[in-house]
Design a protein around this ligand. Structure first.
Ligand code: FE2
Length: 287
């Protein structure tokens, strides 16, 4: 009888976890993070970037519509998508209309992730679709955005997880400054594994994804697995800083492997560049 009760309790717990885990994959959070940038020109104080990552798009259903609804009221005019666009062949059909909607009245930058180089994804077709949708794909390359007369550089590296990132080449694509004011550099990379190469290399902020924040976490968001090779668990999600280089790691929009999340909901992140540190979310120092 006792054994039967234990089995029943375990089955109930497993069922509850599966239900919660599935539900959490659709519970989109809005994360706002202030990042202090050294000598940020006054005109760029408060400049916002919408950061999305790991769409792993499988279709154009209610969850994707929720995502678009969440993005619509946001005033930021730049979107950075840090790789892993597709989760299957149907996702490829949904990608262009999704990205066109995301990019309406906005500049969208993208970088490739490891899944963008892996079957069933056709990387060349994906690059063409991204271009068609108006996404500026940065493959070890850089682009300029001008806001209130001040320039801001977006640098994108190819996928670090599969060893394609070339930080030096990407930063070398940044044109020289036009005046005496600093021109901030935002580096986009799929994986936080870029950090050892990018730390102290000249980027004011790194935006990355890939980890899904762990996807399956213990209470409090402690990740069981982050799929990183060169950085530890403290780089799995949120804003971290080391050696004066801040990095925000996005928890992702979609899932890969298990279609569930625990204590690690998907997010839309708004990154706000500020001249002085904010009071709400100071960067944490990785161990
Ligand atoms: Fe990835």
């Amino acid at each position: 009888m006792t054994t039967a009760l234990i089995v029943a309790a375990l089955a109930a717990a497993a069922g509850w976890l599966a239900f919660q885990g599935r539900r959490e994959t659709r519970r989109l959070h809005l994360t706002t993070v202030e990042v202090p940038v050294r000598d940020l020109p006054e005109e760029l104080d408060g400049f916002e970037i919408i950061h999305l990552s790991d769409l792993h798009l499988t279709g154009y259903g209610p969850y994707e519509q929720d995502l678009l609804r969440a993005l619509r009221p946001l005033p930021a005019r730049v979107v950075a998508i840090t790789g892993d666009f597709l989760g299957g062949p149907i996702g490829a059909q949904a990608l262009i209309p999704m990205l066109m909607e995301i990019g309406r009245d906005r500049v969208v930058f993208g970088v490739f992730g490891n899944h963008d180089y892996r079957p069933p994804v056709n990387t060349e077709a994906l690059a063409r679709d991204l271009a068609r949708a108006g996404v500026r794909l940065l493959v070890n390359d850089a682009a300029v955005v001008t806001e209130r007369g001040r320039r801001l550089h977006f640098v994108g590296v190819d996928d670090p997880h599969t060893g394609r990132a070339d930080v030096e080449r990407a930063l070398a694509a940044v044109p020289p400054p036009q005046g005496h004011e600093r021109e901030p550099v935002i580096l986009l990379a799929h994986s936080p594994d870029v950090f050892p190469d990018a730390e102290g290399a000249g980027a004011d902020l790194i935006l990355a994804g890939h980890t899904h924040g762990g996807q399956i976490c213990l209470p409090g968001g402690f990740p069981l697995h982050t799929n990183t090779r060169r950085v530890g668990r403290r780089f799995s999600a949120g804003l971290v800083e080391r050696g004066g280089t801040p990095m925000f790691v996005h928890r992702g929009i979609g899932t890969s492997g298990l279609r569930m999340r625990l204590f690690c909901p998907p997010e839309v992140a708004v990154i706000r560049l500020v001249r002085r540190p904010g009071l709400q979310q100071p960067p944490s120092e990785p161990r």
